[in-house]
Design a protein around this ligand. Structure first.
Ligand code: DP6
Length: 331
């Protein structure tokens, strides 16, 4: 007898936050403490296939060919559970997810991964969900994934209720050709995953000050985006990256994601800027440095970065499209 299978494949890009999601207003629902603005990236993508079937005893999750077990696997299973609940089925699923960016390059795959998984689950189970609902669901898997549902320049809202904490697209990818040169300085797994880090944010005396300041930076960013004012955008992004890391470093226990190579690159970016080159840095929960710049400087900066002893690899990204369904089938 043929087994009934509900299957779909979706694709999504990672994103780089200009103002960061760091700390939760509601940890259970992953509602962020502040609004954040990001750029969805074209180069760092995840393709995920999910197949719900009645004959599986448990969920099976494969990421880049490796079976996810333990807390990482349970996190994906919990996400699948949100969709099972909505569809009113108990079937377990097989999830196969592939990242096109070098595995273990220290680039978070949770945003692209949970955005692709969310879209694939909704399509496989034929749930009729709006982009906002998809964004809220993606957020429950990983906060930053809410933003990867959309392409281009994206705003994620904080809110008091789950259904109001969604992301929305601000501008399409072709609005502004900003480059994010990801300078990989370490491929090591991070010692403290961001999931745990969010919980530590309120232990820093700087957290409240940062959340208040981010509201101003978001206004500055919205204005910078509308006017395509790169200096205003870069200054806001660099300042919030520094504030987020100040919160991390002053949490208890302290989170220090920077390596000596990270700091060397921060100096390098600021030195290029003093020479008149439009370049700003931002850094996520890890040691790798994202260098934001404009054409035609991206070519020259990329070449220079590749010659630096601190840099293992440069991944040049531009604004990319939002999550999309590649295939769906019912067998
Ligand atoms: C530093 O979205 O990775 O990249 O919800 O636990 O998966 P989880 O956290 P995650 O946090 C993002 C942290 C950040 C900043 C950002 O992308 O906004």
């Amino acid at each position: 007898m043929m087994t009934h299978i509900l299957q779909a494949t979706a694709e999504a890009g990672a994103n780089i936050a200009l103002t960061k999601y760091w700390g939760n207003a509601d940890p259970q629902q992953r509602i962020p403490a502040n609004d954040s603005i990001s750029i969805t990236l074209d180069r760092t993508r995840t393709v995920t296939t999910v197949a719900f079937r009645p004959d599986l005893p448990e969920d099976e999750i494969l990421v880049d060919g490796k079976r996810l077990v333990g807390p990482a696997g349970e996190r994906v299973s919990r996400h699948l559970g949100l969709f099972r609940e909505r569809a009113g089925i108990a079937w377990r699923a097989r999830v196969v997810s592939e990242n096109n960016f070098p595995a273990g390059a220290g680039i978070a795959a949770s945003a692209s991964g949970f955005a692709a998984l969310t879209l694939a689950c909704a399509a496989a189970l034929k749930l009729d969900l709006s982009p906002r609902e998809l964004s809220c669901l993606a957020r429950r898997g990983s906060g930053s994934a809410a933003r990867s549902i959309f392409g281009g320049f994206v705003l994620l809202h904080t809110a008091s209720r789950d259904e109001d904490a969604f992301a929305e697209p601000l501008y399409a990818p072709d609005w502004w050709e900003i480059w994010d040169l990801i300078a990989v300085v370490s491929r090591a797994e991070k010692a403290v995953p961001s999931g745990e880090g969010h919980g530590l944010a309120p232990t820093s005396p700087l957290h409240t000050a940062r959340v208040a300041r981010v509201a101003e930076l978001n206004r500055q960013l919205l204005d910078a985006l509308a006017r395509r004012d790169f200096a205003a955008l870069g200054e806001a992004a660099e300042q919030d990256a520094l504030m987020m890391h100040a919160v991390m470093m002053t949490s208890r226990p302290s989170l220090l994601y920077w390596l000596p190579e990270t700091v060397a690159l921060m100096h390098w970016v600021q030195a290029r800027r003093r020479e008149g080159i439009p370049a700003y840095f931002t850094i996520d929960a890890g040691p790798n440095v994202h260098i934001l710049t404009l054409p035609p400087y991206h070519e020259m900066l990329r070449e220079e970065l590749q010659t630096l002893p601190e840099v293992q690899e440069v991944i040049p990204c531009r604004p990319g499209t939002g999550a999309r369904i590649i295939a769906e089938s019912e067998k």
